[in-house]
Design a protein around this ligand. Sequence first.
Ligand code: NAD
Ligand SMILES: NCCCC=O
Length: 442
Amino acid sequence: MIGCTTWLHPYVFYLGAQPACKPANLVCVGRILCQMVPCGAEEVDEAIKSAHAAYLQWRKMAGMERARVICVLFIKGQHIQLPGGSFAYTRREPLGVCVGIGAWNYPFQIASWKSAPALACGNAMVFKPSPMTPVTAVILAEIYKEAGVPDGLFCVVQGGADTGTLLCQHPKVAKVSFTGSVPTGKKVMEMSAKGVKQVTLELGGKSPLLIFKDCELENAVKGALMANFLTQGEVCCNGTRVYVQREIMPQFLEKVVKRTKAIPVGDPLLDGTRMGALISKPHLEKVLGFVSQAKKEGAKVLCGGEPIVPSDPNLKGGYFMAPCVLDNCRDDMTCVKEEIFGPVMSVLPFDTEEEVIGRANNTTFGLASGVFTRDISRAHRVAENLEAGTCFINNYNISPVEVPFGGYKMSGFGRENGQVTIEYYSQLKTVVVEMGDVDSLF
Ligand SMILES: NC(=O)c1ccc[n+]([C@@H]2O[C@H](COP(=O)([O-])OP(=O)(O)OC[C@H]3O[C@@H](n4cnc5c(N)ncnc54)[C@H](O)[C@@H]3O)[C@@H](O)[C@H]2O)c1
Ligand SMILES: NCCCC=O
């Protein structure tokens, strides 16, 4: 299998174990979508070697040539004039074989956000999806192959922590781009440090959303729902700490609860559905555990927070829950401090701008943030003062690929998307050119 675009060990992957079933259904109702055996040291080594062989050809191609198969961003160096007509220039060169390790919540998007800029900059990539979502990275490999990406340049290896460890420790790997939780991110950074490999870390969050009394309330309510319930709340940058200025709290809660109760939960392949099942039974139990803990600590459940069985008998056994709004929250509660990664919104009152900024920043995370206000000066002042990699003004969870995305503090470093990504998938070579004689001291 060396040299193929998709790294599929014959014993690794059984796609379509139940071909009559729709994938989303299979995930929803807990039936088997596919089975796989994790890649071990031998397969990981073969995948990296095949990626390296492809890289040696790919790196020599001009951007225009690579653009025939992948839409290449403008990659350019600088010209620097020196005394006496001499000059220097810089070249942006690829790093080599990059590793991508993905989380389960946005499996196709994560694989694309990492591999597309990596390949565009002239690198190869070996990608390991989460064992919870092994399929879509393979589909991406097939798309690349169809587009003309050379064999071996984008390889998919399957597996969990052990396979991820082998990838991070492999001496031929130049960079690891990781998306996942903070504890795993720390391990990835530690392993990469031993080999002095570059790292990008896209980690978890507990982002604040600030709603001022001068906001357009309907938009703020819609924004709060987008910030909490998109993709069942399994979104790293969700604004799950919703700070609402005290004067508008009653109206806000009434509207937010009414809309939350009306969210259609069920089969995500149906047009009318707005929320599907959570990723797994243990994850559902973990999210429900956060709701129980919140109640014990004094929060009031205004709606949701319990498992639900949709009326469609095909969905029985799926990991569905009713989206939840928690009132009476305080900053010291577990539901306000920890990432829940499910459809649970914690609402907290505030009085002044200064106070709420201090509270919003009082966290080790710093992935995203949001503010709803009609006051343009306040909006930009708040955006400047919030310690987060993104601040959404009068909306939430907008992530087009043209716009850089990434964290502050323990939410990670490095950026994905936008022109700046080039800096994270290339290295700068300086070439100094002497136009006169050598002025030697010796
Ligand atoms: N910032 C972002 O862009 C972003 C995007 C999506 C998800 N996330 C975060 O991801 C988390 C949820 O995803 P998860 O549960 O899959 O995270 P996770 O950390 O458990 O796993 C992420 C990936 O790391 C692999 N892995 C586990 N142990 C490893 C090890 N020791 N060495 C190398 N690889 C290892 C896993 O197999 C998986 O592929 C949440 O915290 C969420 O906020 C962040
Ligand atoms: N909006 C992109 C979020 C990816 C993280 O979960």
